[in-house]
Design a protein around this ligand. Structure first.
Ligand code: CO
Length: 134
C-alpha cells in the first residue's frame, strides 16, 4: 500500500540555524522559509536526490508542533510521510487492521495541497506517520 517516502519532518528550535546547517555544513539545497499559517508552521524544504527533509518551526499561537518542541528542546524527528495512491482505500485498510487514524478520520488538505491523514504513533513504533495521496 505505501509507496515512496515523501518527506521526513524535523521540528527545529531555530529555523535559520537549521537551514544553515543543512545548506552550509551538509551541502544540501534548501528553500527560503515558507510560512504556512493554515498548518501552524514555517517550513524550510531541503531537497535531496531521493526525498525531502522538511524543517518545521512553530508559527502562531496554536502550532501543532509547539508541544513537541517544548518536550524536545533540541528539536527532533516529528513525523515521516509515505505516499499512497488512494487515501480512502489506505485509511480503510489501516483501520481494518486496527491502526488508529488521528482527528475525525477524514483526509485534510496538507502542506502540499494534497489530501493527508496522520496515524497514531503508538500504533507505529512510536513514530507519527503521515500518509499523503499523490
Ligand atoms: Co508532513
Amino acid at each position: 500500500m505505501i509507496g515512496r517516502l515523501n518527506h521526513i519532518a524535523i521540528a527545529v528550535p531555530d529555523l535559520g540555524k537549521a537551514a544553515a546547517l543543512y545548506r552550509d555544513t551538509m551541502g544540501a539545497r534548501v528553500s527560503d522559509p515558507v510560512p504556512q499559517p493554515a498548518h501552524g508552521v514555517t517550513v524550510v524544504f531541503v531537497e535531496l536526490p531521493n526525498t525531502k527533509i522538511e524543517l518545521l518551526h512553530p508559527l502562531g499561537e496554536k502550532s501543532p508542533i509547539a508541544n513537541f518542541l517544548a518536550r524536545n528542546a533540541d528539536g527532533g524527528i516529528h513525523h515521516v510521510c509515505y505516499e499512497v495512491e488512494d487515501i480512502y482505500q489506505a485509511r480503510d485498510q489501516l483501520k481494518a487492521k486496527g491502526a488508529r487514524v488521528l482527528g475525525d478520520g477524514e483526509p485534510k488538505i496538507g502542506a502540499h495541497d494534497k489530501p493527508v491523514l496522520f496515524l497514531h504513533p503508538k500504533d507505529f513504533n512510536g513514530t507519527l506517520i503521515e500518509i499523503e495521496q499523490v
